[in-house]
Design a protein around this ligand. Sequence first.
Ligand SMILES: NC(=O)c1ccc[n+]([C@@H]2O[C@H](COP(=O)([O-])OP(=O)(O)OC[C@H]3O[C@@H](n4cnc5c(N)ncnc54)[C@H](OP(=O)(O)O)[C@@H]3O)[C@@H](O)[C@H]2O)c1
Length: 326
Amino acid sequence: MQYRTFGQVGWKVSAIGAGTWALGSNWGPQDDRQSVAALHKALDLGCNFIDTARAYGNGRSERIIAQVLKERSGDQVYLASKIPPKMPGDWPPSPYDALEDRYPASHVQAELEASLHDLQTDCIDLMQIHTWSRAWNDHPAVFEQMARFKQQGKIRAIGISTPEHDQNAVLDLMRMKLVDSVQVIYNIFDQDASMQIFPLAQQMGIAIIVRVPFDESSLTGKLTATTTFAEGDIRGGYFAGDRLDRTVRRVEAIRQSIADREPEMATAALKFAMKPKAVSTVIPGIRNARQAELNCSAGDQPPLSNELEAELRRHYWRRPFWYAGK
Ligand SMILES: NC(=O)c1ccc[n+]([C@@H]2O[C@H](COP(=O)([O-])OP(=O)(O)OC[C@H]3O[C@@H](n4cnc5c(N)ncnc54)[C@H](OP(=O)(O)O)[C@@H]3O)[C@@H](O)[C@H]2O)c1
């Protein structure tokens, strides 16, 4: 496993980390024993960075991680969790939402305490604000509270996770150096983060965590136009209507670009996400030991060639634009 420096915080984190959303909620049925086995396997293979959130089953994912870490005392593992906005409310937040309504100080304090409790620790390595609105950039008061948590020794570093529809909303927070890390979507389809966020992160010494490297699993190459998803699996909505069919056709074009230059599509997708210098760690979702093995293997391999990276960049897909049509 390769290790990379986590911005100015300086931790040496594994290039492949573990994403644990599905271990907590929103991805259909998940057996906790499989989750435990997945995390053990990832740690056995040198992964030392785990991303979780309160929102992943109201602490279920955090509790599974705590159980695994208890079974392997002594391992240096960096834990990252997230404080959700106060619910009910829009996710991502609406521009009409006030920061003091979605991230009130009492809520932020309570969510931190709940994470400390469920992760069974006195100090969390990285605490991230789970989502954001650019409407809050002029008075981002929640980061003063996060800085106090740092002074109190309850967290070691402060992060932000980008709102998926407007990732550049966090650029001002980066320029103000209010965060030590930014968690972004970056994959063969969604390459926006490479335009402004990555160069600014390098300039400011801010770590980059890449989430959703498989576009919620399509870039593993395993979906077909007739794939169905279990009840409660977010992919039922994400790939609703004609989106699954359109996605599968684009994935097929990517497969043809890769040809025989990479043996596995999933590994190629991870290597694409790992390629930019700004990236400290990529956190694919890992639901079982087999996926842990496949995904961690990308951290042992030579980088994607510059030629293949350039070719894969051509598969950039500007999905959010309504005027691009269906
Ligand atoms: N706003 C935020 O901050 C935010 C949002 C999203 C995600 N995240 C974080 O980022 C992590 C990664 O994103 P994600 O889990 O949403 O999506 P992803 O990494 O793009 O896709 C993960 C899914 O792909 C499948 N998979 C994983 N490895 C595979 C392999 N080698 N071969 C075939 N299938 C494989 C698994 O689902 P199946 O086995 O069911 O197919 C897994 O749940 C999350 O777990 C979470 O920690 C954060």
